[in-house]
Design a protein around this ligand. Structure first.
Ligand SMILES: NC(=O)c1ccc[n+]([C@@H]2O[C@H](COP(=O)([O-])OP(=O)(O)OC[C@H]3O[C@@H](n4cnc5c(N)ncnc54)[C@H](OP(=O)(O)O)[C@@H]3O)[C@@H](O)[C@H]2O)c1
Length: 446
């Protein structure tokens, strides 16, 4: 079977990889960019560089094909205008409708459209029999494109429009997409449903549509439409991040369309979803975005430092980021634990530099260590009962700390009484003296 994939981006590439395993399939793929040709050449017998609105080029890509899959999408994301949509979808399918009669071999056309052609249903279910009612110009272009495709249907030639939910999958993970919303306030209540489909099911369903000769509209969404607020909560909780706050009073304009997209036709066609519902892995990432967010909180905090816990207080392994700003005063202390061997504390510097001072019981410094993310000494494990303090030697210094829990606020630290309490002028002066001890080691200018 000869198949042409028009538009070989995220979905098209995964689809080409899938068919690459099948010796019975001969593939042609297209891109709009010459520079992508070499990478795509490994996936297909033929690579064509074209915009599908160019009829001559499209004819050339399709003339031998038994099946054509249109996975094209304008480049960019939200900022793509309705005109760009028109130039991508409407122009391509206008060209296809005009030349399809000259393609007698072509028996199957599949197009990855979108559920955004559906209107509001007040949270109710919609299926393929529900009249489409797009709410914006983008959706209207997509509906018009479906109608143009419908004109390509003929005896012996099926046209299948897959209406996709939002795609997630490798490289487009929900955690990555929504992390930036952690702690943000969003207008509305987030009650409207969203529909999702995993990339592997997009690939699986397209392959099934081609091999099974599917015709007409098929919603391609998973089994579980999710209210946006619930989805964000799941994703942010799994990432150990702050939830989104919803502000109904800040909502302007008409409320977002709320409908649950049914995939019963997909099931009736015999397709078994590999990912019937969105699964959010519990992964707490220690990345620059988190460092920056906690550092900003540390700058605002009266103590000039801020913890970001990965653990719960009751956990026996306490693991957390501690972001320190110069000026923060950590009163010398040690960790006393009932069980021998559990009073250790381990520090790793992930960003900037931190000074560690270890004291004897009389308060004399017995060790001075500069820990630096880019330096020779990146981390230290303090043994049980070692009295110590830390000073930030650079702004936004990020420490990863590990110690035994559970955390008991009253019993966690045993302070050395000869050092001033936090929040006093004496403490401020003390911290400056400690920090100066590390400046002594800086190489002289020049
Ligand atoms: N992403 C979603 O959540 C979502 C939701 C619903 C539906 N869909 C649909 O799913 C399909 C696949 O999306 P995707 O994420 O794989 O898109 P993508 O990664 O952006 O890939 C789009 C492909 O289309 C090509 N293309 C762009 N304009 C074209 C034109 N005028 N003529 C021919 N090819 C053109 C691009 O060329 P280059 O190789 O030069 O970039 C690229 O290969 C699209 O039809 C999209 O509408 C996506």
């Amino acid at each position: 079977m000869r198949i042409t994939i028009v538009g070989c981006g995220y979905v098209g590439t995964a689809l080409a990889r899938h068919w690459r395993q099948d010796p019975a399939v001969q593939l042609t793929v297209t891109t709009t960019r010459e520079k992508r040709r070499p990478r795509l050449a490994d996936l297909a017998e033929r690579v064509e560089v074209l915009r599908a609105g160019d009829s001559a080029a499209l004819r050339c890509a399709l003339e031998d094909a038994d099946a054509a899959v249109f996975c094209l999408a304008p480049r960019g994301d939200r900022l793509v205008s309705a005109d760009d949509y028109g130039a991508t979808y409407r122009d391509s399918f206008t060209a296809l409708a005009a030349l399809v009669a000259e393609l007698p071999r072509l028996r199957q056309i599949v197009y990855t459209g979108s559920c955004s052609v559906y209107g509001d249903a007040g949270g109710g279910w919609v299926d393929e029999t529900t009249p489409a009612s797009p709410r914006d110009d983008h959706g209207r272009v997509l509906l018009e494109s479906e109608e143009l495709l419908g004109r390509c249907r003929a005896p012996g030639r099926h046209v299948c429009v897959l209406r996709l939910g939002a795609i997630h999958g490798p490289g487009r993970e929900l955690g990555d997409r929504f992390r930036r919303l952690a702690g943000a306030t969003r207008p509305g209540d987030g009650r409207q449903h969203s529909s999702w489909i995993h990339r592997d099911d997009v690939v699986g369903a397209i392959a099934a549509a081609v091999s099974g000769g599917w015709d007409g509209v098929v919603n391609l969404v998973d089994d579980e439409p999710l209210p946006v607020a619930e989805l964000l909560e799941r994703v942010l909780t799994a990432g150990g991040l702050e939830p989104v706050r919803w502000d109904p009073a800040a909502a302007t304009g008409p409320p977002p369309a709320d409908r649950r997209i049914s995939n019963s036709r997909l099931h009736q066609l015999g397709y078994r979803l590999r990912h019937p519902r969105v699964q959010v892995p519990h992964l707490k990432r220690l990345d620059q975005q988190l460092f920056d967010a906690v550092a900003a909180q540390a700058r605002e905090a009266p103590r000039q430092r801020r913890n970001h816990n990965l653990h719960r207080e009751i956990d026996v392994v306490q693991r957390f980021l501690n972001v320190l700003q110069p000026g923060t005063y950590v009163r010398p202390h040690r960790h006393l634990r009932e069980q021998a061997g559990t009073g250790f504390e381990c520090f790793l510097v992930l960003q900037g530099a931190v000074g560690l001072l270890v004291f004897d019981d009389a308060g004399a410094v017995i060790s001075r260590q500069r820990l630096e993310a880019a330096g020779p000494l990146r981390g230290i494990e303090l043994g049980e009962g070692q009295v110590h303090t830390l000073v930030a030697l650079t702004p936004d210094a990020v420490l990863f700390e590990l110690k035994q829990g559970p955390y008991r606020p009253c019993a966690d630290k045993d302070f050395l009484p000869q050092f001033p309490a936090e929040g006093t002028p004496e403490a401020e002066a003390q911290e400056r003296r400690w920090r100066a001890m590390f400046q002594e080691e800086e190489p002289a200018p020049g």
